[in-house]
Design a protein around this ligand. Structure first.
Ligand code: HEM
Length: 201
């Protein structure tokens, strides 16, 4: 892993959640740009393109939220899954299942528990920026009850929900190799979302 120096401390001594943020900042910027290129809030067609990306990302990560060994590592992980919410959003907007599954790219494999932590970090983190996206979706008449359920905050609120997730992530005692796998998993996840956005342009 390339050493990323941040002021005095080398990145590898930082908590995993901070290492993930540092090492994926540029990837997040690229995803942000690729999502906005879909003009998700210009009109409903644009939003449907965005929703298709969200559906395919949630479809690929949904099994992780049911995986016993990950649920042992991360308490109440099952309750965080937003795949059902995005399926209901697609139904609200009459996007049929075939359309959603047509261009389901062959997603990159998630081939270790530690890599899965990286994918979960990207999925859970994406709910932070969703605060802004939900506001924009409201201009199209969408809400947490119709068409934009998957952008809604959890009952405990976005901040607390996120901090609880990162605290559990940072409390895991992982080897350096596992931390590298988690970082690569997060990079793969962002790359996958970017490729989905480009595919749905
Ligand atoms: C146009 C779309 C997006 C916007 C405007 C946006 C915006 C944001 C904002 C404002 C934050 C909080 C940053 C902070 O507190 O430091 C954030 C965090 C994050 N976003 Fe996005 N986001 C977008 C799309 C996405 C997507 C599609 C994903 C992944 C699928 C994603 C993954 C993340 C992650 C992982 C974090 C947590 C970073 C951290 O604090 O460690 N974002 N986003």
């Amino acid at each position: 892993m390339e050493a990323i120096l941040t002021q005095a401390k080398p990145a590898s001594t930082l908590p995993l959640s901070k290492q993930l943020k540092l090492s994926t900042h540029a990837a997040h910027e690229r995803v942000d740009k690729a999502i906005m290129a879909l003009s998700p809030f210009a009109n409903l067609d644009g939003y449907k393109r965005f929703l298709t990306v969200q559906y395919q990302f949630q479809h690929h990560t949904a099994p992780l939220y049911q995986q016993a060994d990950l649920c042992e590592w991360l308490e109440r992980l099952e309750q965080r899954c937003r795949f059902n919410a995005v399926k209901l959003d697609a139904k609200d907007l009459s996007i049929n299942q075939e359309e959603l599954n047509v261009s389901l790219a062959s997603p990159p494999p998630i081939d270790s528990l530690a890599a899965a932590l990286g994918w979960l970090y990207v999925n859970e983190g994406s709910n932070l920026g969703a605060a802004f996206l939900l506001k924009s979706a409201a201009q199209l008449g969408l809400s947490a009850n119709f068409g934009a359920r998957h952008l809604a905050p959890s009952d405990s609120g976005r901040g607390l929900h996120w901090r609880y997730f990162t605290a559990q992530l940072d409390a895991l005692s992982l080897s350096d190799e596992q931390k590298d796998q988690a970082l690569q998993g997060a990079r793969d996840a962002f790359k996958f979302v970017e490729s989905l956005a480009l595919k749905n342009l």
